[in-house]
Design a protein around this ligand. Structure first.
Ligand SMILES: Cc1ncc(COP(=O)(O)OP(=O)(O)O)c(N)n1
Ligand SMILES: Cc1nc(C(=O)O)sc1CCOP(=O)(O)O
Length: 510
C-alpha cells in the first residue's frame, strides 16, 4: 500500500528544538494531531542509543498504524525492523539499501535537482524528499535553497512517474498552503510536506500537527484550476464584468493598505469612491486582527524604509495563513540594490495572489538583472509586445498567481491565458497606486475578477480625461474619483451602460 506522505514528521533531538522533552511523548502528541509518517533523524547518538530510541518510537508509531523510517542508518532500520529508511545523496546507495532491506521496505531519497530526482525515479525509490524549500536554521549545511519554482521544475521533470514527493525545509503554518499550491506542475504536485521544528519545537506538538493537517486538507484551488466556461474568449469574460463590479459595490470589502505615503490619500479616496473600506496600516503586528475581516492586503513598496520589510512579512504571514488575497506592487523594484533585495526577500517569504508592476518592476521580480529603473518609472522598453506578454505569462506560471504588467497596453495573465487591455489614459499612469480590490470576491476565476477591476478603473480614467475641464494630472484626479463613483452608482442600480462597447481586451497568443 502506498505511504500517506501528507504530513511527514522528521524528528530532531537537539536541545534547541526538543527543549529537553521526551522524544516519544512529542512524537505521540504529533501522531494524535494527524502526522502520517515519522522519520527518526538523530545525527549525534551512538548506534546503541539509536537502536534503543528507535525501538521505543516504533512501539508508539505502530499503535497509530504509521510507518517509522530511519534517517541515514540502514543498519539501525534492520536491527529494529522498522518500515524503512530515508537516505541522502552521500549515504548508502539505493541499490545496496534495497539489497539489504526487506522487499517491502520503504526507501526515500533526498533530492535537490532534476538529475537527482530522475535517478531516484529510475532506481525505484518509493518517494523523494525535495529540498531545501526555504532556508532553515534546523539544517544550515543544505546544498541549495530551491523554493517553489525549483520544486515545480523537479516535479515537472518527473511528472510521468508515480513516485511519492515531499518538500522539506522551512515549512510552517503560514507557508504550507503556498508550498503545496505554488510547487504544483501541470501534471504532478507534492504528496506532502516534511516538517521538523514547526512541530517538534512547538509548545503544543499535537495542536501544531492538527493545524498542519487542516491546512493541507483545505489548500485552496485558485485561478488556474477553475474558470468560467469559454474563459479564453475576451468577449465571454467582458460579459461577466458588470455583475462582478456590482458584487464588489455590494460587498463593501475591506482593503488593508501598506502603502507608499505619496499616494496614500489618493488610494483611500479611490477605495471610498468605489464602495470599498480602506484602512492604512504600515504596522505589521496589526495585520493579525485586520486579516480577520477577510479583506485584501496591498503591499506597495513605494516609500520603503528599513522597517518596512519586517512589517510587510508579518502582514503577509497573517493574510497567507488565512488564505486572504495579497497584492504586491513592487514600486521601483529595479531602482536600487535595497529594493532588489527587498523584492527577493518578499518573494521567498510569502505568496502573492497578484503581482502588479510596470515592465522594469516585473522584469526585476522575474530575476532579470539587466534592468535599471530610474526612480519608479519603467524606463524605455526593450521588449516587443509579444515578449511582454510572454514575461507576464511566465512569471504568473512560475508563481502560480496572477501578473498584471502595466503600460500603454496592460498585460494580465494567470500563467495560461494572457489578455492585453488597451483601455485607460496616460494620466492614469501618472497617478500611481491603483488598487485591485476585486481579488477578495468569491469568484473562482481570479483573472476575471482582476480584469473587472482594471476595466472599471480604466474606463473611469477615459471618462475623466474626456471632460473639458480636465487639462492635466491635477484636474484629472478629482474627475477620475467622480467617474469611479458614477460607475459604482450605475452598477448598484444594475445599469451596465458604462461598459457597453467600451472594453478593449484581446487574448494574446504566444
Ligand atoms: C523527507 C526528507 N527529505 C530530505 C531529508 C534530508 O536528508 P539528508 O540529505 O540525508 O540530510 P540529513 O537529514 O541526513 O541531514 C530528510 N532527512 N528527510
Ligand atoms: C532535515 C532537513 N533536510 C533538509 C533538506 O533540504 O534536505 S532541510 C531539513 C530541516 C528542515 O527543518 P525545518 O522543518 O525545521 O525547517
Amino acid at each position: 500500500m502506498p505511504v500517506d506522505l501528507s504530513l511527514y514528521l522528521v524528528t530532531d533531538s537537539t536541545p534547541a528544538i526538543l527543549k529537553g522533552r521526551d522524544l516519544c511523548t512529542v512524537v505521540e502528541d504529533a501522531l494524535k494531531g494527524g502526522v502520517t509518517v515519522v522519520q527518526y533523524r538523530d545525527k549525534k547518538s551512538d548506534t546503541g542509543d539509536l537502536i534503543s530510541t528507535a525501538k521505543k518510537l516504533h512501539q508508539v508509531t505502530q499503535r497509530y498504524g504509521v510507518p517509522l523510517l530511519i534517517n541515514d542508518r540502514v543498519d539501525v532500520a534492520l536491527a529494529v525492523g522498522v518500515e524503512g529508511v530515508h537516505l541522502g545523496q552521500d549515504d548508502m546507495t539505493f541499490e545496496l539499501a534495497k539489497k539489504l532491506l526487506p522487499k517491502d521496505a520503504i526507501i526515500g531519497i533526498s533530492t535537490s535537482s532534476i538529475e537527482e530526482a530522475r535517478k531516484a525515479v529510475a532506481d525505484g525509490a518509493d518517494y523523494i524528499g525535495i529540498g531545501t524549500m526555504f532556508a532553515t536554521p534546523t539544517k544550515t549545511n543544505t546544498k541549495s535553497v530551491i523554493g517553489t519554482a525549483g520544486t515545480q521544475a523537479i516535479l515537472d521533470a518527473i511528472s510521468d512517474s508515480s513516485i511519492g514527493t515531499v518538500s522539506i525545509g522551512g515549512i510552517n503554518h503560514a507557508n504550507v498552503q503556498r508550498v503545496l499550491y505554488q510547487s504544483k506542475s501541470p501534471k504532478k504536485g507534492l504528496d506532502g510536506v516534511a516538517i521538523v521544528s514547526a512541530i517538534v519545537a512547538a509548545d503544543d506538538p499535537k495542536a501544531s500537527a492538527e493545524e498542519f493537517a487542516n491546512l493541507i486538507k483545505s489548500t485552496p484551488v485558485f485561478a488556474l484550476d477553475s474558470k468560467v466556461a469559454g474563459a479564453n474568449k475576451p468577449e465571454t469574460l467582458v460579459a461577466e464584468v458588470p455583475q462582478i463590479v456590482r458584487k464588489l459595490v455590494e460587498a463593501h470589502p475591506l482593503v488593508h493598505n501598506m502603502i507608499n505615503f505619496v499616494v496614500s490619500n489618493f488610494v483611500a479616496n479611490v477605495a471610498l469612491s468605489i464602495g470599498a473600506s480602506p484602512i492604512m496600516s504600515p504596522y505589521g503586528d496589526e495585520a493579525k486582527d485586520l486579516c480577520k475581516f477577510n479583506g485584501a492586503l496591498l503591499i506597495n513598496m513605494g516609500t520603503l524604509t528599513s522597517e518596512s520589510i519586517p512589517n510587510y512579512e508579518k502582514a503577509i504571514k497573517a493574510y497567507n495563513t488565512r488564505g486572504n488575497p495579497v497584492v504586491l506592487d513592487p514600486v521601483g523594484a529595479a531602482a536600487t540594490e535595497i529594493r532588489r533585495n527587498a523584492v527577493s526577500r518578499l518573494m521567498s517569504g510569502g505568496y502573492f495572489d497578484l503581482i502588479k508592476g510596470n515592465e522594469g518592476e516585473i522584469r526585476q521580480v522575474w530575476g532579470s538583472n539587466a534592468v535599471q529603473q530610474r526612480g519608479v518609472d519603467s524606463g524605455p522598453s526593450t521588449l516587443t509586445d509579444s515578449q511582454k506578454a510572454a514575461l507576464a505569462r511566465d512569471l504568473a506560471r512560475r508563481e502560480r498567481n496572477l501578473v498584471l504588467m502595466t503600460g500603454a497596453i496592460d498585460y494580465l495573465s494567470d500563467g495560461e491565458r494572457v489578455f492585453a487591455v488597451e483601455n485607460g489614459h496616460p494620466y492614469l499612469g501618472q497617478v500611481t497606486g491603483h488598487l485591485r480590490l476585486f481579488l477578495g470576491l468569491p469568484y473562482s476565476d481570479k483573472l476575471l475578477a482582476v480584469l473587472s477591476g482594471l476595466l472599471m478603473y480604466e474606463i473611469a480614467a477615459e471618462n475623466a480625461a474626456a471632460k473639458d475641464y480636465v487639462r492635466g494630472p491635477g484636474s484629472f484626479v478629482p474627475a477620475f474619483l467622480d467617474e469611479l463613483y458614477a460607475i459604482r452608482t450605475a452598477a448598484a442600480k444594475g445599469d451596465d451602460s458604462w461598459i457597453a462597447g467600451r472594453a478593449k481586451v484581446h487574448e494574446v497568443k504566444i
